[in-house]
Design a protein around this ligand. Structure first.
Ligand SMILES: *[C@@H]1O[C@H](CO)[C@@H](O)[C@H](O)[C@H]1NC(C)=O
Ligand SMILES: *[C@@H]1O[C@H](CO)[C@@H](O)[C@H](O)[C@H]1NC(C)=O
Ligand SMILES: *[C@@H]1O[C@H](CO)[C@@H](O)[C@H](O)[C@H]1NC(C)=O
Length: 234
């Protein structure tokens, strides 16, 4: 069984998937720039590899999912085994998505609605090298930056600035898109902020889900920062 968070995403994205899956990824494959670059690099040992994530950083992400816009404050903290997405829906809810490396995630609001949901995943937060093994697709201009492009398990397309090696953009097979607005390497959020509110501890977490590693990886991506799409099923 998938935890309800993933299930609700899977259901809500299934119609979009039908419309978009084929269109967006194939538009990447058909891009003349990408195809030309990929064809030129027949020596695969020369292919660039994605830069691992810094062990601690803060990033502001502008998200667009078929016109639904969000700003996400992402605090990635690998040494302390935690990852935080603070998600502002446009003119809407402010949602906190706090993930621990032991697989526990908390999704909550801090307003009077006092909503909270927890999930227990088989996998921890994304590792700094989570992009290892991605397929190199060549170079493409995105958001005005010349980027190296990779694809991982037909699930995510990842764009990294050729010069600075910073992430610029990523795109899910569902069509959900992230644009990286700031990328502060070494920035750390104070410990006090990493505390789920008391009302998160009133109900036990949902039962542990069993998954193979690829499913676990995808589930973590879907559950976490890279989507920033959580809606609380209340
Ligand atoms: C690939 O390219 C690199 C650098 O251009 C070269 O050193 C290496 O011998 C090439 N490998 C193959 C298998 O052609
Ligand atoms: C969001 O994405 C849609 C396509 O899904 C596009 O038409 C729209 O212009 C985008 N909006 C912004 C603000 O980028
Ligand atoms: C995981 O760690 C968090 C933070 O320390 C804690 O609140 C949560 O209960 C832990 N989950 C498990 C299953 O131990």
């Amino acid at each position: 069984m998938m935890p309800s968070a993933s299930k609700s995403i899977a259901i809500s994205s299934s119609t979009a998937l039908f419309l978009i899956v084929i269109v967006l990824p194939s538009s990447i494959f058909l891009s003349p720039v990408v195809v030309a670059a990929a064809a030129a690099s027949s020596n695969s040992t020369a292919d660039p590899t994605p830069t691992p994530w810094p062990h601690q950083f803060h990033s502001i992400l502008f998200m667009n999912y078929t016109g639904s816009l969000q700003l996400i404050d992402l605090w990635y903290d690998w040494p302390k085994g935690r990852n935080f997405n603070i998600i502002q829906d446009q003119l809407g809810k402010l949602l906190y998505d706090l993930e621990w490396n032991n697989g526990t995630s908390f999704f909550y609001t801090l307003d009077s609605s006092k909503e909270c949901r927890t999930a227990q995943l088989e996998v921890g937060i994304l590792r700094p090298n989570w992009l290892d093994g991605a397929n190199y697709l060549g170079q493409q201009h995105v958001d005005g930056f010349l980027c190296n492009v990779w694809e991982k398990v037909d699930f995510i397309w990842y764009y990294e600035d050729v010069v600075t090696k910073r992430p610029v953009h990523w795109l899910f097979y569902t069509g959900r898109a992230a644009h990286v607005m700031t990328f502060e390497v070494g920035a750390v959020l104070e410990d006090e902020k990493w505390q789920a509110p008391a009302y998160c501890f009133e109900n036990a977490p949902s039962p542990k889900a069993k998954h193979d590693s690829v499913i676990g990886f995808q589930e973590r991506l879907m559950d976490g920062v890279l989507t920033g799409s959580m809606s609380l099923p209340m």
